[in-house]
Structure formats: structure tokens, C-alpha cells
Write a protein that binds this ligand. Structure first.
Ligand SMILES: Nc1ncnc2c1ncn2[C@@H]1O[C@H](COP(=O)(O)OP(=O)(O)OP(=O)(O)O)[C@@H](O)[C@H]1O
Ligand SMILES: [Ca+2]
Length: 593
């Protein structure tokens, strides 16, 4: 953030301030900037540039005053004693201080904060020649126009105001009849206004676009002035070309606060920018979105974001610029403070979810098939074709190796084009049920044929038939592991060469299976198979590829499979219908700083 404009009264000061600005006004500026701040300046011993610390706004103002106005912080602090401080707070958006000049014991009050709020506290303004002019309605509206035009070019406007006060004016009697000091808040004289530019960081616009195309609705909730907020939102693509004043996309926090709950629910979907918001407005926004059924993520850096970060489903705080309170309230800390990382979080989050789904589909197919075959065989023939050792082996390759193979797929571009998963959407989707049932039915059919007709069809003894069943069953899983790589896409081999681990694991599984069948006769209850018998098993198993390809052509409804079994309650119906509607456009709301 950097000061790029400076207005004194109605005059824009470009450069070489010392010649233009009267020294009394300059001295007052020194007080206003140097004494009313939470930032600090560290002057290195050698001739290098001083270092500034504090919030970005404070740092920008201090560096402007030290480097541009020749402010000497050390000298200034020696000349004044600070009497009373009202620290910056996100609700009032201003900070005040009262000081005493040691040389002549005069008392001075200084305010600094959001320009329109400070201007409203002023009745006069300084000119660069040191003169004071009264601020009538006409002058006031001219100054307000200056602020608006600065804000519209995406500058954050901070105004400074001053008043010299008497000891009597400093004292005030409160209800308990005790005298205490209060910083005077009215009848101030406007010192000047600075415009700070916080340029949109590179990559933000792209990340916003990526989030939007991933079905994430982004809202910017900021403490800034509405004009600044709108300009910044347009710069980084949050407000699109379709924006107009009547669209209700940009509002102020106070407006949102004063809506009735019904109005809020009705208008919240449209809101893209909320300006001049307090910490409670941010919280209220998150609460309303959650109530609507959306999944809400919030990014934030300041203490004022803590409430919203905590309330959100996913709170993301900034690692460098973020305060400890914000970090403590969040779930994820973005170490590089880069908004693009939000898109990365989204991509990897979806990838993990997708990989879990793939694994579940794969696992369920194995378990359903094994269970049904053994059950039918046990009931009808009194014996099970798959022995305990064989089932344990299947479990080993499916649980450990299968999980490793399927969970290591890296995120793909398609993941960022899908709509988000809603709060109530089941983990096992209809698409997964379709794939799973088709494969399980095929495996059950082929294995039951082998069980009951295998011996006669292939003219083999019972032990060989049992081995054929075991071998076909395992190989079916190996082939189905490829199918599980893509839940919806027909081409299951896409990007397979990039995932060496997957290929390695499939290779290891096949080698182990050969060892089980050919060499561990006693342990695994198997019989050595001839080449044609191996070919037969592979042929049966390979059939699962064309089956998966064809099955994926069958359309399925979006309505969860199990919801057909549940009795519908009117209230949950209402909730669901509104959720599905939101999911098309939204699902996750992000606040961008
Ligand atoms: N140090 C400060 N002193 C006085 N006023 C300030 C200061 N910092 C910010 N402001 C004013 O308060 C507004 C920002 O308020 P707030 O901190 O509640 O919002 P925010 O969205 O969290 O802002 P930020 O972008 O700084 O995180 C600014 O527009 C500015 O006018
Ligand atoms: Ca903030």
C-alpha cells in the first residue's frame, strides 16, 4: 500500500511539499501522523532507508510522512506528551489522540480515519497557506466529491483532523460524577486527506476467475468506502461487466444490518460487495449464507475478521499479514498471503474428496461381490469358494495397495469445472452406485457360473475350479482399479502414464497374485494354472473394461439414491430445493481482502 494522492483543503499537492505547505500546517501534520499511530519507524544507524512496522495502512502513511514530508519521529516524540489515546477500531474506523506540547503546554486533539467519517466531524478546513476556512455546505460537498473521485480510482482515503483545545474542553463529567478526559469529537478542522493505493496483486484476477468457474461465488466484504470497494472489486473481477447501480450487487454494511431477516435472505445471493462493514456485518453475512445452506469459506487477516473466520465452515487466514487472533480463529493459514492459494486449496480439497470417492466405489465393489458369492455358494452348496486366506489377501491388495493407487491421483483441470458438493449431498453419488452395481453384478454372475458350471464347462477338477474363481476375482479387481480412476469419464486411461505409482502398484499386485497361485499352493489353497487357464481368467476380468465404458452411457438422476427410500418431510423438502438451487451458482462464499 502506498500514498499516491494528497489533498490539503481543496488543493491537490503533487510534490515538493516544503515549498507549498505552510510550516504550522506541516507541524500539525507531523503531530497527526507521528503521534496518532500504532505503527513505528526504525531508523538504521547507517545511511540506509528507515524501516516501518504496523498495519499496511499505518506503514504506508508513516513512510509517506517520513520520506515525503521529512517527519522526524524521534524529535517529535520528545516535543509532545501523549495524554489520551483512542485506538483504531474497526467499527468506528477512526483513531484519536490528545497531546500536550511541552514547550507551551498547549493541548491538541488529532483524529485520523476513514475520510467521510472524519470530514463529518469537521467544521473548518486548513488551506496550504495555513489559513483556516469554514466548511459550509457547498465546501463540504466539494470535499466529499474529491473523496468520491479518489475512492472511485480504487484509493483508500484517510483524513486527518485537528483541534487545539483548552484544559476545560478536555474534561468531561460522566454519570458517576467523576471527571475524566475525553477526546473532542466535533468542531474539528480538517488537515488533509491522503489516498492510498493497494494494487490488486498479480494472479488474483485469475484465481477469482478459477473460483468462479468452479462454481464458487465470491463476495468481498471490506471495511473500505463503497466507491473504493467497488473499484477494487471491478479490478479483480469480482464485479463483472453486468454491474449497475440498481443491481444490488454492492451495498454498505449498515444497509445489510438493517434489512429484515427475510429481506436479507432474499438479497444475499445477489450481493457481491459489502463495504464499510463492521466485524458483526461480516459475521452476519456468514451466518445468513450458512442458514441458506451454502458452504462458506472466509479469508481474513485482521482481528475484525476473527468472528467470521470462526463461524465459517472453512476459515483461511493470512500467514504474513494476519494477526494472531485471525490465525487462531481459522482452520487454514495461507503462508504466502496469496489469494491464488485459495484456488489451490479448493483444487486439492476437491481432489482428495474425489480420490476418497474412487476408493469407496472400488472397495464397495469388491466387498459386495465377495459377500454375495460366498453367501450364495454357502447357502446352496454348503461350502465357500473363496477361503479365509484368499479373502485376507484380497483385503490386503484392495485396502492398502488399492488405496495407495487411487489416492495418489493428482488434481485435474476438470475438477475445477464441476459445481461444488453441497452440504447435504451424499458421499456415494448415484453415478458411483451405477458403476459399482454394474461391476458387482458382472463379477457375481461370472463367478457363480464358474462355481456351478466351471468344472463341467472347462473339464477341470474342483481345486482348479476354485483357483479359477479366486484368480478371476482378483484379476477383476485389478482391471476394475483402472475403471475406478474416473467416476464419470469414459476414458479411464487419461493421464495414467503420469501416475507411475498407480502402474507400479498394479504391477506389484499382479506379481503377488502369480506367486499366490503358482507357488503358495498350501498356504493359499490354490492349484497351479495352465497358460490357457490364465488366459481365461484374464479374458473374464478384462471384460470389466467394456462394461464400465457402456455403463457410463446410462444417465442417472441427481437426486440421491437413498432419498427415494426416505419419507419426505415438508420442511426438509423446502431446505433441499433451496440448496440445489444455490448449488448451481454457489456453494462457497469467499471474502477477498
Ligand atoms: N490505521 C488506521 N487508522 C485510521 N483509519 C484506518 C486505519 N486503517 C484503516 N482505517 C480506515 O478503516 C477502513 C478499514 O476498516 P477495517 O479495518 O474495518 O476493514 P478491513 O476490510 O479489515 O480493512 P483492511 O483492508 O485494512 O484489512 C479503511 O477504509 C480506512 O478508512
Ligand atoms: Ca482486515
Amino acid at each position: 500500500m502506498k500514498v499516491t494522492q494528497f489533498w490539503l483543503g481543496q488543493e491537490s499537492i503533487k510534490e515538493d511539499h516544503s515549498n507549498i505547505i505552510d510550516h504550522t500546517v506541516l507541524e500539525l501534520f507531523y503531530q497527526g501522523v507521528g503521534l496518532n499511530t500504532t505503527g513505528s519507524v526504525c531508523k538504521p544507524v547507517s545511511g540506509s532507508l528507515p524501516e516501518f512496522s504496523g498495519s499496511p495502512t499505518e506503514k504506508a502513511i508513516l513512510s509517506w510522512a517520513v520520506l515525503g514530508l521529512d517527519l522526524d519521529m524521534e524529535k517529535l516524540k520528545q516535543k509532545y506528551s501523549i495524554l489520551h489515546v483512542e485506538t483504531f477500531n474497526s467499527e468506528k474506523k477512526r483513531s484519536g489522540v490528545s497531546v500536550r506540547r511541552k514547550t507551551d503546554e498547549t493541548l491538541h486533539v488529532h483524529w485520523k480515519g476513514a475520510a467521510e467519517i472524519i470530514v463529518a466531524m469537521c467544521s473548518d478546513y486548513y488551506e496550504s497557506n495555513g489559513g483556516i476556512r469554514s466548511m459550509d455546505e457547498d465546501q463540504r460537498s466539494r470535499i466529499e466529491t474529491i473523496i468520491q473521485s479518489m475512492a472511485a480510482s480504487s484509493l483508500r482515503c484517510i483524513a486527518f483532523a485537528h483541534k487545539q483545545v483548552s484544559q476545560k474542553e478536555m474534561e468531561c463529567v460522566d454519570d458517576s460524577e467523576k471527571t475524566h478526559q475525553r477526546i473532542k469529537e466535533d468542531g474539528l478542522t480538517l488537515l488533509g486527506i491522503v489516498g492510498l493505493k493497494d494494487p490488486c496483486r498479480p494472479g488474483v484476477k485469475k484465481a477469482v476467475e478459477a473460483c468462479k468457474s468452479a462454481g464458487v461465488d465470491i463476495k468481498m466484504i471490506t471495511g473500505d468506502n463503497i466507491f473504493t470497494a467497488k473499484a477494487i472489486a471491478a479490478e479483480c473481477g469480482i464485479l463483472g461487466a453486468d454491474y449497475n447501480e440498481e443491481s444490488g450487487q454492492a451495498i454498505e454494511g449498515i444497509e445489510f444490518r438493517n434489512y429484515t431477516p427475510e429481506e436479507r435472505m432474499e438479497k444475499i445471493g445477489k450481493i457481491k460487495v459489502m463495504a464499510r462493514s463492521s466485524p458483526f456485518d461480516k459475521l452476519l453475512m456468514v451466518q445468513c449464507l450458512k442458514q441458506k445452506g451454502d458452504v462458506v469459506a472466509v479469508t481474513g487477516d485482521g482481528t475484525n475478521d476473527a468472528l467470521a473466520l470462526k463461524e465459517a465452515d472453512i476459515g483461511l487466514s493470512m500467514g504474513i499479514q494476519g494477526t494472531e487472533v485471525a490465525k487462531e480463529s481459522s482452520d487454514i493459514v495461507i503462508l504466502d498471503d496469496n489469494f491464488s492459494s485459495v484456488a489451490t486449496v479448493l483444487r486439492w480439497g476437491r481432489c482428495v474428496y474425489n480420490n476418497i470417492q474412487k476408493f469407496i466405489q472400488f472397495q464397495l465393489t469388491v466387498n459386495v461381490a465377495a459377500l454375495v458369492i460366498n453367501f450364495i455358494a454357502a447357502v446352496s452348496a454348503g461350502e465357500v469358494p473363496l477361503t479365509a486366506v484368499q479373502l485376507l489377501w484380497v483385503n490386503l491388495i484392495m485396502d492398502t495397495l488399492g488405496a495407495l493407487a487411487l489416492a495418489t491421483d493428482r488434481p485435474t483441470k476438470e475438477l475445477m469445472k464441476k459445481p461444488p458438493v453441497g452440504r447435504t449431498e451424499p458421499l456415494i453419488t448415484n453415478v458411483m452406485w451405477r458403476n459399482l452395481l454394474a461391476q458387482a453384478v458382472y463379477q457375481i454372475a461370472i463367478l457363480l457360473i464358474l462355481q456351478f458350471r466351471g468344472e463341467s464347462m472347462f473339464n477341470v477338477p474342483k481345486r482348479v475350479k476354485d483357483t479359477l474363481i479366486f484368480n478371476t476375482f482378483v484379476l477383476c479387481q485389478v482391471f476394475n482399479e483402472f475403471n475406478a480412476r474416473k467416476l464419470e469419464k469414459q476414458n479411464v486411461f487419461q493421464g495414467i502414464l503420469q501416475n507411475r505409482l498407480f502402474l507400479g502398484i498394479v504391477g506389484i499386485t499382479i506379481i503377488l497374485q502369480v506367486v499366490m497361485v503358482e507357488f503358495l499352493k498350501n498356504f493359499a489353497d490354490t492349484e497351479r494354472l495352465k497358460l490357457w487357464q490364465w488366459g481365461l481368467c484374464i479374458l473374464f476380468a478384462a471384460f470389466s473394461w467394456p462394461i464400465a465404458w457402456v455403463v457410463k452411457l446410462i444417465p442417472v438422476s441427481d437426486k440421491p439414491f437413498f432419498s427415494y427410500l426416505k419419507r419426505s418431510k415438508p420442511s426438509s423438502q423446502l431446505y433441499k430445493s433451496s440448496t440445489t438451487r444455490n448449488l448451481q451458482s454457489a456453494g462457497m462464499e469467499l471474502e477477498v481482502q
